[in-house]
Ligand binder design. Sequence first.
Ligand code: GTP
Ligand code: MG
Length: 198
Amino acid sequence: MIKKAEFVISNTDYRLCPKENLPEYAFIGRSNVGKSSLINALVNNKKLAKTSSTPGKTQLINHFIINDQWFLVDLPGYGYAKTSKTQRALFHEMISNYLLNRSSLVALFVLIDSRHKLQNIDNEFMIFLAESQIPFVIVFTKTDKLGKNILKKNTDNFRKEMLKSWEEIPKIFLTSSETKEGVIEITKYITKLNLNLK
Ligand code: GTP
Ligand code: MG
């Protein structure tokens, strides 16, 4: 389904991103959660988006064009403790300006490490999305690092925690860039959204 994937441009300013005439899907989440790796798994090219075991690798808004028809966008992570306050504030501004102003953004994928409990920073970020009416889904990453039972326990627990402050829980995908779990499901989901736009 993804036959072609090419890097287009990197930006710090949303106003310099490609023309908003194609649908786009962006990936966000804490630093090191696996955003760039998941994009690479989706396009089946380990070198397209830059990944690193050190948090803070992706520092720009990166556009990739898929099948000449839609964009995947790799964003910097939030909540990276080691960057300076000024740098964090700049990242925050860059990301929120992009999210609030990008009219062609169809859906945002919010990535969460499947080993972690619901964290304040993720919950607060999702509340910001809901308040800003930015459509999003949740993606649990790195499922290969957990056994089936613990994974189930963690995801049930996450849903339960979320229901304490949310009326409804968005769609959740389980993924691994290592085993490729969830890759087909995400591709199909995007394909379906693209068709709905026509
Ligand atoms: P920043 O750009 O720094 O915000 O990070 P990111 O969210 O883009 O994470 P990235 O894809 O660079 O991955 C971070 C680290 O996690 C790398 O060492 C990856 O190899 C590893 N990683 C990512 N996804 C998976 C996964 O599904 N399974 C495993 N085992 N490791 C993963
Ligand atoms: Mg990255």
